[in-house]
Design a protein around this ligand. Sequence first.
Ligand code: FAD
Length: 291
Amino acid sequence: MKIANLFKDNEKTVFSFEVFPPKKDSPIESVYSKMEELCALKPDFISVTYGAGGTVGHSRTCEIASKIKYDFGVESVAHLTCVNSTKADIDSNLADLKANGIENILALRGDYVEGAEPKHDFRYASDLCEYIERVDEYREFFDIGGGCYPEVHGEAENEIEDILNLKKKVDAGASHLISQLFFDNNVYYRFIERAKIARIDVPIEAGIMPITNKNQITRMVSMSGASLPAKFSKILQKYENKPEALRDAGIAYAIEQIIDLIANGVDGIHLYTMNNPYIAGKITEAVANLL
Ligand code: FAD
């Protein structure tokens, strides 16, 4: 099923998960039991990331997306980055996804990899969207989603340029958007206002990451550029040396964010699960009746 169709039911908030493939040196099967547990929570779809700069390789993303869809019965989305790929690489990846029956793609630029020369066929995610839309066999088969940044993408000149660039991605074919994680819902609501002003009228899912351990915090905050509201920092300070309390407080914080977003009419919630069925399960249980 094409993801765009999930958003047609205006009465329901779409609820999806994100997972990542294991590192190159771990067998792919090592994540299958976790994937099965996550699928048992019955999210509307699960998206599978693509290793930065192709470090993990496309085949694992495709294999896991296929397992999720055909063995565990949940619709899947394969992330696909383009800045480190040639057109031939992208053609090969798209052919592979099509052959495996994966019809949903999250089209991304990806990050530049230190020491590696970027390829020059695609500069922005919008170029990848445009390419998929231009080729008949891709356009007919794939539904395309894109990423967006409530706190502005790190390389953008300013929030106006960033939102106008996002509009280009939507005009190039992205049928829905998934946001970078954020901890302050007001930041998200301001972003939605900018998107409306820019006439971005596709559904936007809010990316929520439950922060449940100390190591995750610094890494995630520096990777995503998300700001930490004082309320959240206080929780981190109070429980930084109590792992179980921090985990529970992180889950509670994410649930509170989600309830507020749903009450304010968000199109969807995309939960960054970190492949953790326990945490995703607690959150799903708390919000399932509210979606
Ligand atoms: P773009 O939309 O291309 O934007 C990049 C920058 O260029 C922005 O500053 C934007 O303002 C500007 N820009 C965009 N289009 C144009 C244009 N047409 N003209 C001029 N300027 C333009 N990375 C991975 O490696 N693997 C993953 O699986 C992955 N999953 C992600 C999932 C989500 C939901 C999100 C939000 C991000 C994910 N990323 C992933 C990270 C992403 O690859 C990086 O954030 C990257 O730096 C930007 O990718 P993008 O597709 O948002 O880029």
